[in-house]
Write a protein that binds this ligand. Structure first.
Ligand SMILES: [Zn+2]
Length: 457
């Protein structure tokens, strides 16, 4: 016996193998009862349902057995060093931990130690296994937060339960989302300098410097003030989520670099854009700055990308032109369409002065048309240096920010503008940040930061 104990283990997972056999037997018994009883002829769907219902228990038990064998030494540990003072402490008791992973429910009894000097209780195995204090473990938390980024918390938890078998409640989903969202800060949501350099390299074609497009925009998000549970919520308010999308025009595709949107003022927008700009080696690129007429947006884009070519978004510009045509000539009338086409063609060839000259001489149909004509003249005057679409085309620059329009739709509208949804600013910004992280490919990094912080609590 003493000799046998010294022989190295020939079959390191052997005990696990036996445990699994036992669990498999239990599972097979369950299945046999359900399937082979007299008169039963289950369909594919019924069989699949049966597997879904039973596999959680089976895999949960396997999972537990695996941990019990793999960490047998730690589970039998009698003494452990206090993580605060290093003093050896004796085990006080076995603490039970109920947990749920994506594999199903497991229960773990692991030794609990207590340091009298530090008044500190600890379970060393939890650190090694990175066990969350919550019942639902990090793998579930990561997926439930990912789900909450797409669908509302209440319906989302039902959907999550339906698809995964994990009955996480709406409250758990929301709370975990808020906690993860606290780590979705700009510096981590935006890819690192190395990652951005990598993306630039992948977009490069021959000796041409790739075109980097910086497109900024604002989108309105319904917000409300934070209210206590029994307080009246008060009137909501539409606030502007200011954001940008940065991407590269590759040979035959767009290479996404970074997106960032927040409900914030223009100074904060400027600071955020500056941080991203500092991670981009601008000398290696040709830079196109795209935006609508808003002054704040040009001010900050020009400051962050001084060599950028400023381009007034063609489609936004067309919208303004269309508005005047509609009021002056009637919606969709032949004259209306003709005028829009002619005017956009002139603008394409940078004949801004001609267009303004024509507008000056237009006889407004009514006061409303007159007002819009006046506004359009101001708009074109303000942006005259940014209208040179033909030159943009020749130089390989984009003339419209289709890029940011789709990013806005994807990041803001689909989740933020659901009917009846009013956002507290902080939660709204976490939502925007996590959605940007998913889009930017940095969600894993954000979640790891959250996990590390949870583990050090
Ligand atoms: Zn201690």
């Amino acid at each position: 016996m003493a000799l046998a104990a010294r022989v190295p283990d020939q079959d390191p997972g052997g005990k696990f193998r036996h445990m699994i056999h036992d669990e498999a037997d239990k599972w097979v018994d369950l299945i046999i009862d359900e399937v082979f009883a007299d008169g039963k002829s289950p369909t594919v769907e019924q069989l699949s349902e049966l597997f879904s219902k039973t596999k959680r228990k089976f895999f949960g038990a396997c999972f537990q057995a695996l941990i019990e064998q793999k960490y047998a030494v730690m589970l039998g540990q009698q003494y452990a060093a206090c993580p605060k003072c290093g003093k050896m402490c004796k085990k006080r008791r076995d603490g039970a931990k109920e947990m749920e992973t994506m594999q199903g429910p497991s229960a773990l009894k692991r030794p609990w130690f207590y340091c009298v000097g530090c008044s500190h209780g600890f379970t060393p195995l939890d650190k090694v296994l990175e066990i969350s204090r919550k019942k639902y473990q990090f793998d579930v938390q990561k997926k439930s937060t990912r789900t909450a980024a797409e669908v509302p918390f209440s319906g989302g938890s039902e959907l999550f339960a339906e698809l995964t078998g994990h009955a996480v409640g709406g409250h758990f989903m929301h709370e975990t989302f808020e906690e993860v969202g606290a780590f979705a800060r700009l510096e981590d949501v935006i890819p690192s300098r190395e990652e951005i350099t990598q993306r630039v390299r992948s977009a490069k074609k021959g000796s041409w410097r790739p075109v980097l497009v910086v497109a900024s925009d604002g989108a309105h998000v319904p917000t409300r003030a934070k209210a206590k549970r029994d307080e009246k919520r008060g009137k909501g308010q539409w606030r502007e989520a200011k954001g940008f999308r940065i991407y590269l025009l590759g040979e035959d595709r767009i290479v996404h670099v970074a997106s960032w949107h927040q409900i914030q003022n223009e100074e904060q927008f400027g600071e955020d854009l500056a941080l991203v700009a500092s991670r981009i080696r601008q000398d290696d690129l040709r830079i196109g700055l795209l935006g609508d007429g808003a002054d704040w947006l040009w001010k900050h884009m020009a400051a962050c990308f001084p060599k950028g070519r400023q381009i007034l978004d063609y489609y936004h510009c067309a919208e303004h032109i269309h508005k005047v045509a509609k009021l002056q000539y009637g919606d969709k009338s032949p004259k209306c369409l003709e005028w829009v086409e002619g005017t956009m063609a002139r603008l394409f060839y940078a004949e801004v002065d001609n267009v303004i000259w024509g507008l000056d001489r237009m006889q407004p149909r009514d006061d409303e048309a007159g007002e819009e004509i006046r506004k359009l003249i101001g708009y074109l005057n303000n942006n005259r240096e940014r209208i040179h679409y033909r030159g943009d085309r020749i130089g390989g620059y984009p003339i419209g920010s289709g890029g940011i329009e789709s990013a806005n739709k994807f990041i803001c509208h689909t989740r933020m503008k659901r009917s009846g949804a009013w956002w507290v600013k902080e939660t709204g910004n976490k939502m925007l940040a996590i959605r940007c992280a998913i889009y930017n490919g940095t969600y894993d990094k954000i979640f790891d930061k959250y996990k590390k912080a949870q583990m050090s609590l």
